[in-house]
Structure formats: C-alpha cells, structure tokens
Design a protein around this ligand. Structure first.
Ligand SMILES: Cc1ncc(COP(=O)(O)O)c(C=O)c1O
Length: 441
C-alpha cells in the first residue's frame, strides 16, 4: 500500500483530489492511504482502474511520471526529521524513504490494485515472490495444496527445507489441519483452466481454523472475486493480466485484514522483493485497460473452446484427427451439468460471473503432435506465460516436467477471435497433411 500513514492531513488545496467522483460522496473516512485508494469503489471497474490513484497526482501531467529514484531527500528542517517518515509536503500520500520500502510508481499501482481487488494490496517482484511473502508471513506448519502452477510447489519445497513446512493434499481430511495452517486454492487451475469451488474450501478453513489463500491469476477482475467466497488472502501473478503486455514481472498480494499490511511491508523491506520502478510504471499503464482486455480475452477463449470442441467431434476433420480432449472451465461446466444436472455447476456461474477465463488447454492423441503443432501457427507465439495481448500457445512439457506430454496450453490475446480460429484450423490441416506425408500415405 501507499506510504506510511502520514502524521499530517493533506492540505486543503488537495481536497479536490480526495473527494469522491461522479455522483456519490465516498463512504470511507479519508484518513489513510487504504481508504483513499478505496474511495472510488462505488464506480465501475474501469473508472477505478483509471482514477483510483488520482489522489497521488502532484503534477498536471495526465500520464503518471516515471520516477526511477531509489532514495528520497529528507526534510531540510532538523526538527521535522523522524525515523522512517519522510513526508512529502507536495503530497503527503506520496512520501518515500528508500525504494526497497516504497516508490512512487509502485505506490500508484498498489493504490489502483487496492481499489479493484477491493482489499489492501502489496506488490512484489514476481508472482512467486508474492506467494513466498505470503507463506513467510503466515508461517504455517502445513499447507493443503492441489495440482496447479508447479512453481508454487517449488517455493513450498524451499520453505520445507527452512521451516519444516509440510504439504498435504488440498482435499485432505479436516483432522490433518490445525489452526494457523494454510489452505491454498488455485482457481482456475494452471494449465487446464478448470475451476475449483471456493465455498467448499472456505467451509473447510472455517472448520479447521486454517487460513484460506487463493491464487486467482487465471481469473482477475472482472472475472471473479475470491474474497466474496471467503478468501483471507488473494495473490496474483501480476506478470499476467495486470501487466497484460508480456513485458513486466509482478506479483500481488491482497489481504482481507488490513492489520496484516504493516507486517508484510516490514518483511518485504528486508527480503527486498519489491517491484522495480519501471515495472510499477508499466503496471499502472497496463492496469488501466484491464477490464476491456480481460472481458474480450475471456469471451474469445470461450468462443474458441466451443469451436474446438465442435470440430473435434466432427468425424474426418483435421481437428478430430489430432485433438483428444479440450479443457476449460466452460467445458467443465457443461460436463458437470450433463453428468449431474443443471444445478451442479451453479457454483461456477456464481464464482465466475464475468466469464471463465482466457486460458484453456487441449490434449492431442499423439504426444508428437503436441510438439509439432505450435510451429504451424502464425498468430500464436510458441512461448510460455499467459495474460498478454498476444495469443500464446505452449507445449507445456517445455517448462513443466510433470505435465502430460500431450498437453498444449493456449492463452488467448486480443486479436480477432475469427483470425485465431482460422490460424488454428490451418495449423491442424497442415499438421494432418504432414503426418500423412510422413507416413507415406
Ligand atoms: C497460477 C500461477 N501462479 C503463480 C505464477 C508465478 O508467477 P510469476 O511468473 O510472476 O512469478 C504463475 C506463473 O505462470 C501462475 O501461472
């Protein structure tokens, strides 16, 4: 969050910057940076993404300035010197000492994220740094975790070495967990894009006294809000949708209890896992367009999934020849409804009201096809990661040694979905033709 709570109120000339906008007056007392960052939560997601940091403006430039300073001049008046407080007379909320603690660009990004994630939010140098910070702060004896992004399991392995942290299965018996342990739910899950029912794990956390943490990287706003389903902390790899342009690393950690912020900040200061200033600036530039990007990406992913499922069922088509199975929350929902009736997937509609996410996966029948398909595509880059405006496909075995060798993960960007569909179609046809030629048919 923004700098330490200043011991002075903003000057009256700044009051227009902190008043609510549009038609409503803010509900919160505007006395601290979290309340200031949250004062526009009655507005639309994009209005918040574009204006939640306006209270940090101290220059008339519409685009925020980029500050690269690592250190900030103290007050010339010796009587005003106070340890770790360095109030900026031009803007008390934009006060900094040293950029391993806070800096202007990352403070702006944290203000916007605090608003749109609806809880106090800190940024970190990467998603895994945020996950690490969360576990260091909570210091549980056990963590219940299922399959998902392999890097988080790598962090747990490192912590196990240091603290004896023990990983147990996400769906373990209640008796395996005790108060202070962590239940960590990734939803939707990397790499298949399938969802997990958060209410089930919130109940388990209540029964056992565990803390419920959620990795919501695959469903940023406006797709889902894990806090609405009982999460105590929500992390994101901000490298993905908050960054949105495949050009910055970022992690975010939002917490239900604002009292955690001071401790998390103190630990971040000594661990040194802050974002760089350039990345903070890029993050603000990018998060402004989060809603339009993510809504389109998610809707287009669903269109592509529907097309792929239909084509895979068409006997004789190149897609049917190559694809065995398509995985995505939208497919999971249809499967659940077919198998267990209409109500069985109601939790999915409630948990993901904004769409089922821009990432899906499919299995090929032959692992060699999964290796060869990406190089037949023109619009999809063959690369790891997700969340950018550029569509990506990855033969997942490239970076995840534990994954099925037949799996391809697709991250849908913002190109026209028909262009992406046509690119996939021509790639499947080219691969099917090449296979026939190789087989000498
Ligand atoms: C679900 C999930 N969580 C965390 C991470 C780690 O994020 P970062 O690469 O920003 O450290 C990733 C990265 O792919 C991810 O997909």
């Amino acid at each position: 969050m923004a700098g330490d709570k200043p011991n002075e109120n903003p000057t009256s000339s700044k009051s227009e910057l902190v008043r609510g906008m549009a038609h409503e007056e803010p509900q919160q007392a505007l006395s601290d940076p979290i309340a200031l960052a949250s004062r526009l939560q009655h507005l639309s997601l994009s209005a918040q993404a574009i204006h939640a940091d306006d209270f940090l403006n101290s220059h008339p430039s519409v685009a925020p300035p980029m500050h690269v300073a690592t250190t900030f001049r103290y007050n010339d008046d010796p009587d005003k010197l106070s340890s770790w407080k360095n109030i900026n007379p031009n803007n008390p909320y934009d006060s900094h000492v040293y950029s391993r603690d806070s800096g202007p660009n990352t403070t702006r990004l944290e203000a916007v994220l605090t608003s749109i994630l609806r809880n106090p939010t800190l940024t970190y140098s990467s998603g895994l740094a945020a996950f690490h910070a969360m576990l260091v702060y909570l210091n549980p004896k056990r963590i219940a975790i299922g399959g998902g992004y392999h890097g988080c399991h790598g962090v747990i392995k490192v912590l196990s070495k240091l603290t004896g942290l023990q990983a147990v299965d996400l769906d373990c018996a209640d008796t395996e967990l005790a108060p202070g342990d962590v239940i960590h739910v990734e939803t939707p899950v990397n790499p298949t894009g399938e969802a997990r029912d958060l209410a089930v794990y919130a109940d388990k956390a209540r029964r056992t006294g565990a803390v419920l943490t959620v990795d919501a990287t695959f469903a940023p706003p406006p797709l889902a809000d894990p806090f609405a389903w009982g999460a105590d902390a929500v992390m994101h790899s901000g490298t993905k949708y908050f960054g949105g342009h495949s050009d910055m690393l970022c992690g975010t950690l939002s917490v239900r209890d604002a009292a955690w912020v001071a401790g998390l900040r103190a630990e971040r200061l000594v661990l040194g896992s802050v974002m760089g200033s350039l990345e903070g600036w890029l993050g603000v530039r990018s998060v402004r367009t989060l809603e339009v990007r993510v809504r389109k990406q998610s809707a287009d992913a669903e269109r592509l999934v529907q097309w792929l499922v239909a084509r895979a069922a068409e006997e004789g088509s190149a897609v049917a020849e190559i694809v065995a199975e398509v995985e995505h929350a939208s497919v999971q929902m249809r499967r659940l409804e077919e198998e267990k009736g209409k109500g069985a997937a109601e939790w999915m509609r409630r948990q993901m009201p904004g769409g089922f996410g821009p990432v899906f996966a499919f299995y090929t029948k032959d692992p060699d096809d999964a290796r060869r398909l990406p190089s037949k595509l023109a619009l999809f880059h063959h690369a790891t990661s997700l969340g950018g405006v550029e569509s990506l496909i990855e033969w997942r075995a490239m970076t995840d040694a534990g994954v099925d060798k037949r799996l391809l993960r697709v991250s849908v960007g913002i190109e026209g979905w028909e262009d992406l569909r046509d690119d996939l179609e021509q790639a499947f046809k080219a691969l099917a033709k090449e296979k026939k030629e190789r087989a000498g048919k």
